[in-house]
Design a protein around this ligand. Structure first.
Ligand code: TYM
Length: 379
């Protein structure tokens, strides 16, 4: 890859790479910038301000203010998010899921959690349908380990649970033209027709709770901003179908361990998977890209550069909850007092402790998996 290709920003539901310019993305995607009022209203209902809200991880949204107003009027609200099970879950995926758990508790909301095993099978040449389905149930353990409420969380596989999805999917598909999906996703004549159909299934979930409960329920989708194109189309057809437009709240990307881009399963050495042994994850952290200087002398003289440092980013996004301690770390990095080796070692210890705990929860999740799977509606 040339330096220019490395830096060029690409953000689609299937490919995120290069140096990400969030201001440009907000403009390109035509989304609304996050506001302090939204942050404060969410925190008020939750009883505290989540780390991700304090640190500006949620950069933009669509109609989250409206979704909050519906809740504040005393109306029921719902949540929807998902996962494309093409492999093991990494820390980047957990970012919006932790936030989703916070929202579920704050708003006492049902969460519909879609596993797009069909999408991954249709999009990838190296994955069989059976493997994608297997990953669905493996990844579901990670979702459960995030602490969601079993009574209010409905995890489903597009292929295994299709009987609950197909009718609504058809109605959405009928309203969506090929020219729209081609314009939004860039499909061309050599794409298989399954891949072209899949957006209908990812879109219909916005209306699934309303359909199942027989009343219109405002839906909020927490996800990183790469998934936004789906909801752009959904919002155009929602009212014609008699539903509310889905609202969204968009996260920034957790970077990978290498320079630039996001943490991605397609670069396994630069991602920390929840299934990595704590020792292996720590070794990956020790190899991470930092904002350090070439020599110790230079580092002492010029200081480190937390603004471009992925190790600092992990503290910022996930591994340092204490705001003052984060500020202190930034200061001693910039002053040249903190060396990258020490900073990485400290992070490696935190990642190890996190994974040890998360993997225990993941194992326990096996016993309760069934409680979380989507069930038929009881009329
Ligand atoms: P998938 O499996 O690519 O990603 C799952 C969720 O993780 C987010 N994400 C990240 N967030 C922060 N930092 C990263 N490095 C990072 N990498 C991925 C994604 O934005 C997503 O929220 N087609 C979807 C599955 C899906 C879905 C949905 C996702 C179906 N319905 C509704 C969100 C909302 C997919 O393949 O996600």
């Amino acid at each position: 890859m040339t330096d220019q290709e490395k830096q060029e920003m690409v953000v689609t539901p299937w490919d995120v790479s290069g140096n990400i310019d969030y201001d440009k993305l907000i403009e390109q995607f035509g989304v609304q910038r996050m506001t302090q009022s939204i942050v404060d209203r969410i925190a008020k209902h939750a009883g505290y301000k989540h780390l991700q809200l304090r640190r500006g991880v949620y950069l933009s949204h669509r109609d989250t203010d409206w979704w909050l107003s519906e809740y504040e009027k005393g109306n029921k609200v719902g949540l929807y998010t998902g996962r494309g099970p093409s492999g093991h879950v990494h820390l980047g995926h957990l970012l919006p899921w932790f936030f989703c758990k916070y929202l579920q508790d704050a708003f006492d909301a049902e969460l519909y959690f879609q596993m797009t095993d069909d999408e991954k099978f249709l999009q990838r040449d190296d994955l069989t349908l059976e493997q994608a389905i297997e990953f669905t149930y493996d990844n579901a353990l990670d979702i459960i380990a995030c602490g969601f409420n079993p009574e209010k969380t409905h995890i489903f596989s597009d292929s295994d649970h299709i009987q609950h999805l197909y009718k609504l999917g058809l109605k959405v598909a009928k309203r969506t033209t090929f020219s729209t999906v081609r314009a939004v996703f860039g499909f061309n004549n050599s794409d298989n027709i399954g891949a072209i159909w899949h957006p209908a299934l990812q879109m219909m979930v916005c209306f699934l709770q309303s359909e199942r409960e027989g009343e219109n329920i405002p839906c909020l989708i927490p996800a990183a901003i790469d998934q936004d194109p789906y909801w752009r189309i959904t919002r155009d057809i929602a009212e014609k179908m008699g539903y509310y437009k889905p609202a969204q709240i968009h996260a920034k990307f957790l970077p990978g361990l290498d320079e630039g881009g996001k943490m991605s399963s397609s670069q396994p050495d630069s991602a920390i998977f929840t299934t990595d042994s704590p020792k292996k994850a720590a070794q990956k952290v020790m190899r991470a890209f930092t904002g350090g200087r070439d020599t110790v002398e230079e580092q002492k003289k010029l200081g480190g550069r937390p603004d471009i440092c992925n190790v600092y980013a992990y503290y910022y996004f996930m591994f340092e909850d204490d705001d003052q301690k984060l500020v202190d770390r930034e200061a001693i990095c910039k002053s040249g007092e903190l060396m990258c080796g020490t900073c990485k070692k400290q992070l490696a210890e935190r990642v190890k402790a996190f994974l040890t705990d998360f993997q225990e929860k993941r194992e326990k999740a096996r016993k309760v998996l069934d409680d979380f799977l989507l069930k038929p509606v009881v009329k």
